[in-house]
Design a binder for this molecule. Structure first.
Ligand code: ZN
Length: 226
């Protein structure tokens, strides 16, 4: 007999508790633990690569139609442990967790509400991307095949004070058609069908910004891919 079968036999006097319900609870619990671990791993990795300074930045992942897992406010990304992460619904109400969700949760929720295909969001402040958020120079994506293919198009969102309603408002016009964004005088935002995809997009953007910066500092012309 399966573990689920034994369990439902053991509790067969509990009305409404079925084997299907048991399996659903186990599945959701397993997915939560895997998602917590994955967010912590990527947080530590991106911190070590200079994507977060101090307690900045935030990462989230969709758990179900009405639940997301998000990093807490005020914790450095290299110290995160699975228990620090917060579960909220799509209105931002805390369902599980001790701390407060990231102050940028409105931006994350706007993504999950509008994009059913997106299951992960990363917001970070890596220096070369931030430099292009501040500079009047445009980031040139047509210098490397990876940048052109993975990033396609990177809109620069008009400045909005962090954590205000203006952040999702400035994102909204571009959200249906883009997956990577520069936020004026602030940082980057990368979306993905999963956390790995969001991570690769964020890393590709920072690498492209870094190379662009070196090429600009060298002076002279730029060879574009044909
Ligand atoms: Zn930020």
């Amino acid at each position: 007999m399966s573990a689920a079968g034994k369990f439902s036999e053991y509790i067969d006097d509990m009305s409404g508790f079925s084997e299907d319900l048991f399996c659903d609870i186990v599945r959701k619990s397993t997915e939560k633990v895997l998602s917590q671990t994955e967010i912590c791993t990527i947080s530590h990795l991106l911190y070590s690569k200079g994507f977060f300074e101090g307690t900045s930045g935030n990462i989230s992942r969709r758990l179900s139609d009405d639940r997301i897992l998000i990093t807490p406010s005020g914790k450095a990304k290299n110290t995160l442990i699975p228990e620090d992460l917060i579960i909220t619904d799509l209105n931002g109400s805390v369902i599980e967790g001790e701390g407060k969700p990231s102050s940028e949760i409105k931006m994350h929720l706007a993504v999950y509400r509008k994009r059913a295909d997106i299951n992960a969001v990363i917001h970070a402040h890596p220096p070369y991307s931030v430099a292009y958020c501040i500079s009047e120079k445009s980031l040139d994506l047509s210098v490397m095949a990876e940048a052109a293919m993975i990033l396609e198009n990177v809109p620069v969102l008009k400045y909005a004070r962090p954590s205000t309603d203006e952040v999702p408002e400035h994102l909204d016009p571009y959200l249906a058609t883009n997956n990577v964004f520069l936020m004026e005088n602030h940082g980057l935002l990368a979306l993905g069908r999963n956390l790995k995809e969001a991570q690769y997009r964020a890393e590709t953007l920072e690498f492209t910004a870094h190379v662009n910066s070196i090429v600009v500092s060298m002076g002279g012309g730029i060879k574009h891919i044909k």
